[in-house]
Write a protein that binds this ligand. Structure first.
Ligand code: GDP
Length: 371
């Protein structure tokens, strides 16, 4: 009977045998919850709620594949949630192969982070184009903010319109805000708050959660797929808040001459390597992140000297273990964004050579400019 209980936080099946695996709950805690007829949280979710502390448990690629296969074999509407601020870090590799004949509704979350000046219709087109590049042809694109509840109503109307009585699968990589969104949906349906664990730490939704709909169909929240290249995996404690945008981003313009460098604390770097003149480079990163300008020629030395100290995050407690920055060079042929995944982007004019640096393991790429 014990194995039928599910954690109210992450949905994992409760077990009392193995502390390293999903759903572990000490027997004493389980008994107590049952005695008092309380909801049961696994130890991991309990700690997360009470101490804001996360114990890593891994979802294997095999488990993940099982989930995707299940989606392929069902007749459902797929709601594909991405983080607009970290679109490239939101991509589920190979998703198009698992979509089958199902329709995909693309949801760009964290709209609240983007500057007002950004034309929403263009942004939707931009998202659609990026999805097309992945082989996905969304039936529609919605922009929402799960955190502020902005446009979540509109999204639900769309979901209802496109699902045509079918089940709904919500998919997304970790940290795109899928749990926050599901929580909003549940709240609107039931009034129960914070039913699912959400947190600042990526990878906290572990097992499937079903939300029943009036007509007998359900909304299925699938586990967030861990995107190993996310910046968030390398940051600890409060540093995550300093790097991940918390509020609407205020773009900053830096007038740079060739051979000038910008450091983004110790977690990223941008070099204007070559170009015919001074340009204004617009930077979209968390408003409070330290940006330090230097000459390219002095940059390496500056980094060696100040990393983990002036250039923080990472703070000195783990700077030694933090991956070193790795350089990627690009020559632009059109107005582009140089993206440092999870950190943000810099808008770059055409016909220049630039370099982006990110901690080893985190991607740097160039894309058609969003704005
Ligand atoms: P999941 O791993 O996809 O389930 O992501 P969570 O729901 O746990 O959210 C990950 C992080 O993103 C948390 O720090 C959330 O507070 C934050 N977040 C989620 N939705 C939004 C949003 O709409 N706007 C902003 N600014 N942050 C969000």
């Amino acid at each position: 009977m014990e194995d039928k209980l599910q954690c109210i936080g992450c949905g994992a099946f409760i077990q009392t045998n193995n502390p390293d695996e999903l759903g572990y709950t000490p027997t004493s805690a389980l008994n107590k919850a049952q005695e008092l007829d309380n909801d049961i949280y696994c130890q991991r979710c309990f700690r997360l709620r009470h101490y804001n502390e996360i114990a890593p448990v891994s979802l294997t690629d095999d488990d993940f594949l099982k989930i995707l296969n299940k989606i392929r074999d069902s007749d459902a509407l797929i709601v594909y949630v991405v983080d607009i601020f970290d679109f490239n870090g939101s991509v589920i590799p190979g998703l198009h192969r698992f979509v089958g004949d199902n329709e995909v509704l693309l949801v760009g979350n964290k709209e609240d982070l983007l500057p007002q000046s950004l034309n929403r219709r263009k942004l939707k087109d931009w998202l659609r184009q990026r999805a097309n590049e992945q082989g996905i042809r969304p039936i529609d694109v919605a922009l929402v903010s799960a955190k502020t509840n902005q446009s979540v109503d509109d999204l639900l109307v769309k979901v209802d319109k496109y699902r045509q009585g079918k089940d709904v699968y919500v998919v997304g990589v970790t940290n795109v805000g899928k749990s926050t969104l599901i929580n909003q949906i549940i709240r609107q349906n039931t009034g129960i708050q914070e039913l699912i664990t959400t947190s600042k730490f990526p990878g906290t939704t572990l097992d499937q959660i079903n939300i029943n709909l009036d007509d007998g169909s359900k909304i299925v929240d699938t586990p967030g797929i861990i995107h190993k290249e996310q910046m968030a995996h390398y940051l600890k404690g409060k540093d995550l808040k300093i790097v991940e945008p918390q509020k609407q981003i205020k773009p900053k313009v830096y007038q740079l001459n060739p051979e000038q460098t910008l450091f983004f604390a110790g977690v990223g770097r941008f070099d204007y390597v070559q170009g015919d003149k001074k340009y204004g480079f617009t930077v979209y990163v968390e408003n409070n992140l330290l940006i330090h300008r230097t000459k390219l020629i002095n940059a390496d030395e500056f980094y060696d000297k100040h990393f983990g100290e002036l250039l923080t995050p990472p703070d000195e407690s783990y700077a030694n273990d933090f991956p070193k920055l790795v350089r990627y060079e690009f020559k632009t042929t059109e107005k582009s964004d140089l993206v440092i995944e999870g950190l943000g982007w810099i808008t770059v004019p055409e016909n220049v050579v630039v370099a982006g640096w990110a901690p080893k393991g985190v991607s740097v790429l160039i894309r058609k400019s969003m704005i």
